[in-house]
Write a protein that binds this ligand. Sequence first.
Ligand code: F6R
Length: 241
Amino acid sequence: MRIIVCKGKRAQGEAAAALFAAQILRKADCVLGLATGSTPLETYAALTAMYERGALDFGAVRSFNLDEYVGMKPDQEQSYFRFMYENLFSKVNIPQGNYFLPDGAAADVDAECARYEAAIEAAGGIDLQFLGLGHDGHIGFNEPADHFPLATHCVDLAEQTIEANKRFFASAEDVPRRALTMGIGTIMKARGIVLVVNGADKADITAKVLKGPVVPQVPASILQFHPNVTVILDEAAASKL
Ligand code: F6R
């Protein structure tokens, strides 16, 4: 595990973007694992800037996102599909049909999870996965549990996660209670992982994830066992290491 401590979110975004850019330059038709939320915004902005300068070509890139809310249609304002479209897909030349999210509006969520997992496999697996970190140690929407879920599945969101994500909704009551998420096994199969964490409010959980015991009650702690993880922190998130 490599740990990089940056001065601020912009520098973190540049560092993470450099890793994703290197991946795309090495393998034009690579498969990226992508995330939503506040954490990847600077990374997506840096990748967009590189694309605009002609340094990156997304023409053959494929991507799979970590998760989507259950019941959310792609065109709904708070859908993760819309987030990705507005913050990355519409800004670079990744072809429509090359980017995928779990279908939160699927009638049969279990069948959709199986289909999504199989689609990742069929694409050859994920070359480089972006991860943010939840305050309770979640990655994707794998909440603290008594086991590590293997494959893409449907989860009940923890109260803390609903609380953290209500900023994107009119109120906490409007936050969907369930989501489809890649499993811990899906994430661990990625050939490379970039974990980005910022802010003093994540200093305690960052220390537990990186230095504490590997336990499913702290889902991201499993990353200690992955052979190719780069952790990009800001000084605040690194302050309790
Ligand atoms: C998002 C995701 C989540 C977030 C995490 C941190 O697709 O899977 O695990 O990465 O909740 O969220 P932010 O970045 O908003 O602090």
